[in-house]
Design a protein around this ligand. Structure first.
Ligand code: SF4
Length: 367
């Protein structure tokens, strides 16, 4: 556990001091990894936005009225899925992000749809879709909220990687009027159980923090240490997303003082200092538009999934950047923007992390 004095010294660091420390850490990388930023060309299959939680900052949940009169997804339709896969193939996407609310099959509407489609439960439905995607050499990355150990074990051979944001372990956020008041699935105990289970099962894993939802900088630094300690135990965390909450209408959480870019830069740099070169750091490029170079200086390695087809369903007003433009920005900093798969290269090689059926498909993908 991190000492209070260490947290204080991190807090005192200026952006300039952090940049110097980040630079020294980056210099330790092998030359072929030093000046590379990665991204994954993907599209999203939003399977169901029915969710047992109601996070104050969530725009995705079925209860929140959507922009442009878009309806809610009880269960992604076959036709819609086929259309998206066809488009994904046309644009040469290698990854499909499968996302949903947490435990959608707790809802009768979803259960009925599953029955109609001949699925015993939501996990069976996910497995069917993954099988279909893999037939087209598209690698699924799944993020479905909290899953049990057995569910993750069952799903391992159907996807290239999995993810779940830790978001924040601050218990303050569960108090009356705070963002997690109605979100039992966000209890730190559950999130940590999921992330630890992924480690036990040797699943290449993405997690991250959602910044600006009411937690303190001390909470954030503690959470970064926590992620590092879990990774030290299992070695399965391939990347950590440092994601800023972006203000939206129609949702309960309306902070008076949204998180600033300076705060985001500081947190990203501190994350690099804590993770050293062990874990990749991603910032979503559509949420930090215009500040990409500053984030590169803070040691990011990755811009995450960028889709030529689908929206960011969490932040639909923040459009994905053009890959060409992002590449130009990277080049001005002396970096190369390189495509990656949803499973990081080192985990394809690492014993027991990449199931044989997935490895075979990867062998036939050009990227
Ligand atoms: S768990 Fe996810 S989908 Fe559900 S309300 Fe929270 S942020 Fe939204």
């Amino acid at each position: 556990m991190i000492k209070t004095s260490e947290i204080k010294s991190f807090k005192k660091l200026t952006l300039k001091q952090i940049r110097v420390r980040v630079k020294k850490i980056k210099e330790l990388l092998p030359s072929n990894a030093k000046n590379v930023i990665t991204y994954s060309k993907n599209f999203t299959l939003s399977l169901s936005n029915y969710c047992v939680n109601q996070c104050g900052y969530c725009f995705y949940n079925y209860k929140i009225p959507k922009l442009n009169g878009e309806g809610n997804v009880i269960l992604l339709g076959n036709e819609q899925m086929v259309t998206l896969i066809e488009k994904g193939l046309k644009y040469n996407c290698k990854e499909a992000l499968l996302m949903s609310g947490e435990r959608p099959d707790n809802f009768l509407d979803v259960k009925k749809e599953l029955e109609k489609r001949g699925c015993l439960n939501f996990i069976e439905f996910v497995k069917q879709i993954c099988t279909y995607l893999l037939d087209f050499k598209i690698l699924p990355h799944i993020n479905l909220g909290f899953l049990t150990y057995d569910e993750m074990k069952d799903l391992k051979i159907y996807c290239a990687s999995m993810g779940l944001m830790l978001e924040s372990t601050s218990m303050e956020l569960f108090k009356k009027g705070k963002v997690h008041e109605y979100s039992p699935g966000k209890l730190p105990k559950k999130r940590l159980e999921h992330i630890n289970n992924a480690g036990k099962l040797k699943i290449p894993f993405t997690t991250g923090l959602l910044i600006g939802i009411g937690q303190t900088i001390e909470d954030i630094i503690k959470d970064l240490y926590l992620i590092k300690s879990i990774h030290n135990e299992y070695g399965h965390i391939q990347e950590v997303i440092i994601q800023n909450f972006v203000k939206k209408e129609n949702i309960p959480f309306q902070p008076k003082k949204p998180i600033t870019i300076e705060e985001m830069l500081k947190i990203t740099g501190i994350a690099r200092v804590i993770f050293e070169n062990e874990i990749a750091i991603q910032v979503p490029p559509n949420l930090i538009l215009g500040f990409e170079k500053e984030f590169i200086d803070m040691g990011i390695d990755d811009f995450g999934g960028i889709s030529p087809i689908t929206l960011d369903y969490i932040n639909p007003e923040n459009k994905w950047p053009q890959i060409d433009n992002l590449n130009k920005i990277c080049e001005t900093k002396g970096y190369k923007l390189k495509e990656r798969l949803p499973i990081y290269n080192k985990y394809i090689q690492k014993s027991d992390y990449c199931p044989e059926n997935i490895k075979k498909i990867i062998d036939n993908i050009n990227y």
